[in-house]
Design a protein around this ligand. Sequence first.
Ligand code: NDP
Length: 325
Amino acid sequence: MTVKVTVTGAAGQIGYALLFRIASGHLLGPDVPVQLSLLEITPALKAAEGTAMELDDCAFPLLKGIDITDDPNYAFNGTNVALLVGARPRTAGMERGDLLSANGGIFGPQGRAINDNAADDVRVLVVGNPANTNALIAQRHAPDVPADRFTAMTRLDHNRALSQLSSKLGVPVTDIKKMTIWGNHSATQYPDLYHAEVGGKIAAELVDQDWLKDTFIPTVAKRGAAIIEARGASSAASAANAAIDHVHSWVNGTPEGDWTSAAIVSDGSYGVPEGIISSFPVVSRNGQWEIVQGLDIDDFSRGKIDASVKELQEERDAVKELGLI
Ligand code: NDP
């Protein structure tokens, strides 16, 4: 059966890196035909058409068709997978309230359009920043969709953490298991080495504590800024790759003996207030995320998780105050 995938902000940098991989079968698997729906703001429709022309020119065997629109109701009609990439970026001098309001104007209507039009099995991944809170806004506008279908991306942070640890220890990334990103996709995120394992040993015991606290954590959390500094533009291909990884794991499951990171609606686990969209260690079973339970959290990790969760609560309170949820 053909799966319909909607991508918002399809004419942007991440969209450009994402669409070709979806159409070539990396999102869902090499046997799953895909129908693409590209949502853009009106001035970017022409650029989206250009990307669609290039997609046509690839003659991807799995790609059954492409729709391009600026109407969310049309874009999400019958959608099985929604990748919400387009967002209002923070510009110089912008207050947090302005940023949240601008994004509320995007993610509220998109949540409603998903509620009213998407397929019953819709799965939503928010990439556009501030991703966790944008996902919360969309979720609150979709009361008929199970809340656990709304997620935000921390998989790029997760992959960055794997890569940093792999090069520090000189081991392949495939030797590292049970990495976790906790909290918000922001500078307060907490990449956790106290549960990560390398060849069966706890990663935090294989590195010195100064490196862990003063190099590893800030390097992962600030990697986005370092890419902008080096490349002169924000990360796009690695963000698209992480979006592919997130949905692939969600749909096809995570391997036994390992887990990944995703921001999902909290059920109160690990003291994270119910209802906010926060990153956890997760496995996917039968197409559903489950939070890994029973991990011991020491004082250092507790402080880091609480600080990031506090930021998420503040964002939630701010969007509530603005009447966006
Ligand atoms: P990008 O494609 O580079 O980025 C899109 C969003 O992804 C941004 O909010 C960006 O946040 C976010 N993002 C999340 N994680 C990462 C990461 N690790 N690295 C980089 N970005 C990340 O932006 P463009 O400006 O190239 O394209 C955006 C497109 O969205 C435009 O074509 C615009 O027209 C469209 N748009 C569509 C809307 C709609 O469909 N209704 C609404 C708004 C915009 P950050 O800015 O913080 O890096």
